[in-house]
Design a protein around this ligand. Structure first.
Ligand SMILES: [Zn+2]
Length: 199
């Protein structure tokens, strides 16, 4: 599929079927070979052309209500929906016409997915965006009770030097996490959102 950018507009590109460009003269359009090329050039895919946005539109009301109650943030970027909560960051995208969930790596040993840098494929399957949002809420609840330990897989023996450095990196990891949480809360406050669900 080809993509186009309207010369008079800036930063937004469309797929060949989008009504924004379909009836425009070729001389007003700049062709882009692939989605990747557009993204790499710093353009943003039009919402109307975004697959994930089509899914969102189908369940818009339920999603908007849900994220408000649960203090989640969602954002679109090209063919991805970014989801942020006080505890975690995610991306929902579409692969073979199915919704796929990616989770941001927090622990050192987590392997990155080649497609989404810094994220790993969360091996769960949901039929709707809302189902994934519910999954994220459950995941956060679990995390609250069982905090992640950095390099938790290879906890060294007590009293050794490696143990001390392990404790230290864990402390730094926690500090980074709390800082991120504070920033998230401040962001919520600045948007006038209620913080009740955090109490
Ligand atoms: Zn478009």
């Amino acid at each position: 599929m080809s993509f186009y950018i309207l010369k008079s507009s800036n930063k937004v590109f469309h797929n060949e079927n989008c009504h924004h460009i379909k009836f425009k003269e070729k001389s007003n359009l700049l062709e882009i070979q692939s989605l990747e090329e557009g993204v790499n050039k710093g353009y943003f895919l039009c919402k109307n052309c975004s697959e994930i946005y089509k899914f969102y539109k189908k369940e818009r009301k339920a999603i908007d209500e849900f994220i408000k109650v649960k203090n989640m943030e969602i954002e679109y970027e090209n063919n991805q929906m970014k989801v942020k909560t006080i505890y975690s960051e995610w991306k929902i995208l579409i692969n073979d016409n199915k919704l796929v969930l990616y989770h941001k790596n927090t622990m050192g040993y987590q392997k990155s997915d080649e497609k989404i840098k810094g994220f790993h494929n969360q091996k769960v399957r949901g039929k709707s965006i809302k189902e994934y949002l519910q999954y994220i809420v459950n995941h956060d609840e679990y995390r609250k009770k069982h905090p992640v330990e950095l390099k938790g897989k290879e906890k060294p023996k007590k009293g050794t030097r490696r143990y001390k450095s392990w404790i230290r990196s864990n402390k730094e990891f926690r500090k980074r996490e709390s800082k991120r949480q504070v920033l998230f809360l401040l962001d919520q406050i600045s948007k006038g959102n209620s913080l009740q669900s955090f109490m």
